[in-house]
Design a protein around this ligand. Structure first.
Ligand SMILES: [Zn+2]
Ligand SMILES: [Zn+2]
Ligand SMILES: [Zn+2]
Length: 270
């Protein structure tokens, strides 16, 4: 990775907050009485997967709009969003899109959103009332500017590097920002993407459960990635109800933990 100037390096410092660390069903799951779903540990309550990034200069970026977005924003104080990044178009990552209306009202502006071409196409189709509104229909409609991304781009003074990863057979995007990388919904990092992750110090990585899965890393597979990348701190996300927080963290190696909703982590530039 090209080394940014000192000024850019400072600008890319920031803090991420895990808005949701759960898999697509969330934890607890509807109708499940397993030990994790009935657990009293607040870290065993997992909303759908999303993060919020606050840069040191005040620029704020939301990654994905989950079906839990309203509750996440209320609980974790997401009162301003400058841009939205999408990893992919699965329901657990986009179905809260309509909640973005509030930021239009608060900020009196359309909200820029960024996605790869396939995800952008899926979002336009899923939310056709937003992108091709019928004349004369009542009700508020989110004002969004949806841009397609193909490579590294800038948001404000911040460099955002998309990291292509595989989610089963489907290519989706992770993101690298300064020394931080967010890789949710993946079970394979292609050869061409490893160099993009070189020098990552803070990693948030998909680890669904212990048993293998066709589109997500298992704990063992995610640990192999964590070992190869050797970030100072690795947090697993997109976690299902198989993994109790405390007992799972107790068996993970030093420097690797399960993320939990509300966890805040600082990162710096490169
Ligand atoms: Zn997902
Ligand atoms: Zn359960
Ligand atoms: Zn997915």
């Amino acid at each position: 990775m090209r080394r940014p100037s000192v000024e850019l390096r400072d600008a890319s410092r920031g803090r991420i907050t895990i808005l949701g660390s759960g898999t697509s069903h969330g934890v607890p799951m509807i109708g499940c009485r397993c030990a994790v779903c009935v657990s009293d540990d607040p870290r065993d309550k997992r909303w759908r997967p999303s993060i919020f990034i606050e840069f040191q200069d005040g620029f704020r970026v939301l990654v994905d709009t989950t079906p839990d977005l309203r509750a996440q924003a209320l609980r974790f104080g997401v009162t301003h969003v400058d841009a939205v990044l999408f990893t992919h178009s699965h329901a657990d990552h986009i179905l809260g899109l309509d909640e973005l209306r509030r930021y239009n009202v608060l900020q009196k502006a359309a909200l820029p959103c960024y996605a790869d071409p396939r995800t952008a196409r899926d979002i336009r189709r899923t939310f056709s009332y937003v992108f091709a509104p019928l004349a004369g229909e009542g009700g508020g409609i989110p004002q969004l500017e949806l841009f397609t991304i193909a490579g590294t781009f800038c948001l404000g003074r911040h460099e955002i590097m998309p990291v292509p990863i595989f989610h089963g057979s489907r290519p989706i995007l992770g993101f690298r920002i300064g020394s931080f990388a967010y890789l949710t919904d993946t079970n394979r990092i292609p050869d061409s993407s490893w160099p993009l992750l070189e020098g990552v110090k803070l990693l948030v990585l998909d680890a669904l459960r212990d048993r293998p899965h066709s589109t997500h890393f298992s704990i063992a597979e995610a640990l192999a990635v964590a070992t190869r990348l050797a970030a100072e701190r690795t947090y697993f996300t997109h976690i299902c109800h198989d993994l109790p927080h405390a007992a799972t963290c107790a068996r993970l190696p030093a420097g690797v933990e399960l993320a939990y909703d509300g966890l805040s982590l600082d990162f710096d530039g490169m």
